[in-house]
Design a protein. Structure first.
Length: 410
């Protein structure tokens, strides 16, 4: 293994080539990187100077791996864009005396019960929330909160185990679904939350924080489907979104309330009749290629920004583009075996606005709609477009949908 005399950036987890490959590539373009992951580098091997294999959800294992890398190289910073490795990465940065968040701040982000308590204490507009361990406790909390309510595991991500409940008779089935999700959640939190349902459009605010100062960079408009579940099926980022001045102060207030001091944050909220209210703060780059949408729309490179902050450098926050980018995630019309999937349009000179077409499932494979299906089995692919306005982006995605061929045998 090559030994570098240049200081390295350690990347913990987040090596999925589909959704996080661009993060690794953009960080590696700025800094020599080493990775700590559950298996040796594969597709990203040409980008990596060194690596250690470890359980990335285990703080002790991550620290041991990081110390092994530090014994071979000077280390400049530690970064992650994996929700489940936020606490281990924070512990490693602290152990190496490098810039980063405290483990208590990352635990507060990971454990939504702690997040809600801190929001309430610091007057951050959020949702009424009660942590419960049994269906009986959930019933009491739901009646006290008032229907509709939302059940969600305390420390999960990607909407796993999250379900809306409109009436008392729906609680038993919803409890089974949420409790099953809670059984697989991270160790930072436990149990299920019974929360007030926040009605209104869902958005996220993409932020960067350094030395406790937070800057809101962009707004992501979200499309959610498969009610009563909360599956995200599309996102749109517009560099000139008029919402940014309105929602930025709320996002900044939420980040500060959790004690987050450094890194990139994906702050989710709903636009209710009483104003923006926080759903949660994810102290990492948003999923579903939101970082790519931000770069296409604004020119701001979130992985590079995250790497700069982790390495104690001042990131460049000057937008270099002013356009719109959107992604549509393709789901099957029904669960079954995928018989056909095709799109006549392809990225190229004839359709310069069609930035990316990626297929995730092959013909002959089984596809399963939410909630039974997960990110691997539910999604057939995704389409990314650019445009000069959100309306044009929507029209282009609609045209692609009309041009899309999908066939599933039940």
């Amino acid at each position: 293994m090559f030994r570098s005399t240049r200081p390295l950036l350690i990347v913990v987890g987040g090596s999925d080539p589909v959704y996080r490959g661009y993060c690794v590539e953009q960080a590696a373009a700025a800094y020599p990187i080493a990775v700590i992951d559950t298996k040796p580098p594969s597709w990203q091997q040409h980008l990596v100077v060194d690596h250690e294999v470890a359980d990335t959800h285990d703080p002790d294992a991550v620290v041991a791996a990081g110390l092994a890398l530090a014994a071979r190289h000077p280390i400049l910073g530690v970064v992650t864009w994996d929700e489940y490795t936020l606490v281990p990465a924070a512990e490693l940065a602290a152990r190496l005396c490098l810039p980063g968040n405290t483990t208590s701040a990352m635990t507060a982000c990971r454990d939504k019960a702690t997040s809600r308590r801190l929001f309430a204490e610091r007057n951050v507009p959020s949702a009424t929330s009660t942590r419960v361990d049994t269906l009986a406790e959930a019933s009491v909390a739901a009646l006290r909160t008032g229907f509709p309510v939302v059940l969600k595991p305390s420390s999960h991500a990607a909407s796993i185990g999250v379900v809306r409940v409109d009436a008392p008779e729906e609680l038993p089935g919803a409890w089974q679904f949420a409790a099953a999700g809670a059984g697989k959640q991270g160790p930072e939190g436990s149990g299920v939350l019974v929360e007030e349902y926040l009605s209104g459009p869902e958005i996220s605010v993409e932020c960067v924080t350094q030395h406790g100062v937070t800057t809101a960079l962009a707004v992501t408009r979200k499309e959610v489907d498969f009610a009563p579940y909360f599956e995200e099926v599309g996102h749109t980022v517009d560099a000139g979104d008029p919402l940014l001045p309105e929602v930025a102060p709320v996002a900044i207030q939420a980040v500060r309330a959790l004690g987050v001091t450094d890194g990139v944050q994906h702050v989710e909220m709903r636009l209710t009749t009483s104003g923006p209210r926080i759903i949660e703060v994810n102290s990492r780059i948003g999923g579903d290629l939101i970082g790519t949408l931000v770069r296409l729309a604004t020119g701001l490179d979130l992985p590079r920004i995250a790497a700069d902050v982790a390495c104690g450098q001042i990131p460049d926050l000057t937008p270099t583009a002013h356009t719109t980018a959107a992604i549509k995630i393709v789901y099957p019309p029904a669960s079954g075996v995928l018989l056909a999937r095709s799109l006549a349009m392809v990225p190229g000179p004839e359709h310069p606005w069609l930035y990316q077409v990626t297929w995730l499932r092959e013909v002959g494979e089984r596809v399963v709609l939410p909630p039974a299906g997960d990110l691997d089995t539910s999604r057939i692919g995704f389409l990314i477009v650019t445009a000069d306005s959100p309306d044009t982006a929507r029209h282009r995605l609609a045209a692609l949908s009309d041009d899309l061929t999908l066939s599933v045998a039940p």
